[in-house]
Design a protein around this ligand. Structure first.
Ligand code: SF4
Length: 101
């Protein structure tokens, strides 16, 4: 399950991810990270069996945790099939279908 962690200028100074992994033995994958001394964000993929424990521990340490049950949702009403996102995807997960959809 994916979560978004938001750090402040205080919480960004602590190695919270390392401490939570050591404490829970959870399998955690860092999907995306953008953290500096003034704060930042990290997206984690947390193993289902430890998910709730991990979320609680981050919150108990003052880290803002946003649950990402459905990380990517396409707003079909707003999408006008321009295809820009296809080239933006770093892993080529998007493609054009017949009829340029
Ligand atoms: S960038 Fe992708 S999601 Fe956005 S409008 Fe174009 S095709 Fe649709």
């Amino acid at each position: 399950m994916k979560v978004l962690l938001r750090y402040s200028s205080v919480t960004s100074k602590e190695p919270h991810i390392a401490k939570v992994i050591l404490e829970t033995k959870a399998m955690i994958n860092i999907v995306r990270a953008n953290v500096s001394p003034v704060g930042g964000e990290t997206v984690l993929d947390v193993s289902d069996d430890k998910y709730e424990e991990v979320v609680e521990l981050f919150r108990s340490r003052g880290v803002d945790v946003i649950l990402l049950p459905d990380p990517i949702l396409l707003d079909e009403k707003r999408c006008f099939q321009c295809g820009v996102c296809i080239s933006a995807c770093p892993v080529a997960a998007l493609r054009l279908l017949e009829g340029w959809r």
